[in-house]
Design a protein around this ligand. Structure first.
Ligand code: ADP
Ligand code: TRP
Length: 323
């Protein structure tokens, strides 16, 4: 089974990224041939400072490895180290109906938040389709919000295959049943763009401050509280065991414990959950050559696969000499 996923280096990784995409991807590396990449071409639609982009790529590489991506099992690389993907994007764009892209929520969301309506932002899903199709991917682990992009990819692959013959594998999204939509500190979807994230590797003080700052209602300490829909409980569920969550829910209902205490418990569970990954991250930070080496050998492996698919696609549509 060929598995593929990508993540944009558009800021520090947060627990939404972790539970929605990284953890499932890391688990899948034991089940098939995994390709995971850092989508730096995609990030050009939102990150416009070259130094920031390079720094973000490095941070994402270190953080993903710290979380358990194993380069002995998964091919890990930078999207732009395989420039073949941009040529495939063009071939795919010639079969992509405008209407398909016009329906994409993510373009509408981003422009309504004030991002410039560039062609790159509009054509973003075509590059994403090329990412997926160029590695003959069968399974794509992503969070709930990427579902529509996967549907677009399947449509584009189908159009190309219909016009030119069976060139591409049609991929399946793999969206986990639970934790696919992690709430942010304000109750909206957790996202870098909403400034409501808990970063996986935030410093202790900053993380404590963010958690203690979660806005709650003004129910007094002694009164019963409703655990349903509480962000504290929802976030606790991500990092605590079932029995611990049930205990917290019972204490919510019983009254007698204030929100401040629940938040302290959330912080403790969170800090403990990511402890081993923080330790691994310290080791990686001390060994920059290792990270460069992982990305370089990943790129080499990925590029060989990409080249073969691109050649197949070029030949199918009559680009270049006879095959
Ligand atoms: P952001 O919204 O913070 O910019 P990205 O769009 O870069 O995050 O998402 C990277 C990956 O993490 C995607 O697979 C996405 O589905 C997943 N993801 C992002 N936010 C969440 C969330 N709140 N819950 C679950 N998965 C998420
Ligand atoms: N669009 C994805 C996101 O914002 C990142 C991405 C780019 C991706 N190419 C991909 C994800 C290919 C899965 C497969 O999260």
């Amino acid at each position: 089974m060929r598995i593929l996923s990508g993540i944009q280096p558009s800021g520090r990784l947060h627990v939404g990224n972790f539970f929605g995409m990284m953890e499932p991807a890391i688990r899948l590396q034991d089940e098939g041939e995994a390709f995971y990449f850092i989508a730096d071409y995609h990030s050009l639609t939102t990150v416009h400072d070259p130094g920031t982009l390079r720094g973000n790529v490095r941070d994402v590489a270190i953080d993903f490895l710290a979380c358990g991506l194993d380069p002995a099992k998964a091919t890990f690389f930078r999207q732009s180290d395989v420039p073949e993907v941009t040529e495939l994007t063009w071939l795919l764009s010639t079969v992509t109906p405008m209407g398909l892209l016009e329906r994409c929520h993510s373009y509408k969301d981003k422009t309504s938040r004030g991002l410039e309506a560039t062609h790159g932002l509009f054509a973003y899903p075509v590059l994403m389709a090329a990412d997926i199709l160029i590695y003959d991917s069968e399974v794509v682990p992503v969070g709930e919000d990427q579902k529509q992009h996967l549907e677009v990819t399947r449509d584009i692959a189908g159009k190309f295959n219909h016009r030119y013959g069976e060139v591409f594998v049609i991929p399946e999204p793999r969206i986990r049943g639970d934790k696919a939509k992690v709430p942010g500190l304000d109750g909206q979807k957790m996202s870098k763009s909403y400034d409501n994230t808990l970063e996986i590797f935030a410093a202790e003080k900053a993380l404590r401050k963010k958690i203690m700052g979660i806005v709650t209602d003004s129910t007094p300490v002694d009164e019963p509280k409703d655990p349903a829909g509480s962000i504290i409980v929802d976030l606790y569920r991500l990092v605590a065991g079932e029995a611990e969550v049930e205990a917290m829910e019972a204490e919510f209902r019983a009254g007698g414990v204030g929100y401040g205490d629940f938040k302290k418990r959330l912080f403790g569970a969170f800090w403990e959950h990511f402890e081993p990954m923080r330790a691994r991250r310290e080791e990686l930070l001390a060994d920059p050559g290792y990270v460069d080496g992982v990305l370089a050998s990943g790129a080499e492996r990925a590029r060989a696969v990409a080249r073969a698919t691109l050649d197949r696609a070029r030949a199918a549509c009559g680009i270049g000499g006879a095959p």
